[in-house]
Design a protein around this ligand. Structure first.
Ligand code: KIV
Ligand code: NA
Length: 276
């Protein structure tokens, strides 16, 4: 059955967890959709895991649309959520609505996500007004890495924690359909999940959130960048891929591949004529 924004709301009410994984290409998205993952997030993390940048700040709207389209073609049941990249909504509310529209119309996303709390209430309100569902991403906001000076857990002291609560309440008020909480202490994320009526989806935010998200290269141990405390390797796929790549090279070098079963034949008479 096709999942919608209503599915997420119902899950919160019935206390059934929401599952989300990042996806950036057709093949992987199809495997996830077939596995019953509720939401496929075309995250701007694609700048790091797919394009090899150190941070997400260089990711463009065209990058996001390119990957979003591929994921959307695979999503028969899952809800496709696509990130608004850095500077696609910061300069004005107009930019926010215009670029959210592009992710829907050109990227075939069902929902857009942006990083920001109270400071982006108006943007969230106007995107919602345009009938585009928005998820607000608060806590650690990786697009702010230049201003933050690095990636670290947010909301450890009273004022910082209070600010994250105020951000959550503000984005709910502005119309966000869900709140993504990144890298905040688990008890704070649990409290926020109780305070808001929309679902929370956590990454590095503990078990008290209404749903969870992971970057798929992290959960399959494929990415060679720094891995965080909050990720879990569900299968050593990175190692398995390396084993397969090496086996392929060995077979080619040792004339084991291709074998006769992989070859096409031709009538020997034709070959004899060709050799003359
Ligand atoms: O871009 C991304 O993958 C994300 C998740 C880490 C939530 O925003
Ligand atoms: Na992101």
């Amino acid at each position: 059955m096709k999942k919608t924004v209503l599915t997420l709301q119902k899950r919160k009410q019935s206390k059934q967890k929401i599952t989300m994984l990042t996806a950036y290409d057709y093949t992987t998205a199809k495997l996830m959709d077939d596995s019953g993952v509720d939401c496929l997030l075309v995250g701007d993390s694609l700048g790091m895991v797919m394009l090899g940048y150190d941070t997400t700040v260089s990711v463009t709207m065209d990058d996001m649309i390119h990957h979003s389209k591929a994921v959307a073609r695979a999503a028969k049941s899952a809800l496709v959520v696509t990130d608004l990249p850095f500077m696609s909504y910061h300069a004005s509310v107009y930019d926010a609505v215009y670029n959210a529209g592009r992710l829907i119309k050109e990227g075939h996303a069902h929902v857009v996500k942006l990083e920001g709390g109270r400071a982006f209430s108006e943007h969230i309100k106007m995107i919602t007004q345009a009938s585009i569902p928005v998820i607000a991403h608060i806590g650690l906001m990786p697009q702010s890495v230049l201003a933050l000076g690095g990636f670290k857990v947010q909301g450890k002291d009273y004022q910082n924690a209070k600010n994250i609560i105020l951000d959550a309440l503000a984005v709910e008020q502005a119309g966000a359909i869900a709140i993504l909480l990144e890298c905040v202490p688990a008890p704070l994320a649990t409290l926020i999940s109780e305070l808001v009526s929309v679902p929370t989806i956590g990454i590095g935010a503990g078990v008290g959130c209404d749903g969870q998200v992971l970057v798929y290269q992290d959960m399959l141990a494929m990415y060679d960048g720094v891995s965080s405390k909050f990720t879990k390797a569900f299968a050593p796929v990175g190692e398995q891929m390396k084993t397969a790549f090496k086996a392929y090279c060995d077979d080619v070098i040792n004339h084991q591949f291709p074998a006769p079963i992989h070859e096409f034949t031709i009538d020997e008479h034709i070959m004899q004529n060709l050799r003359q």
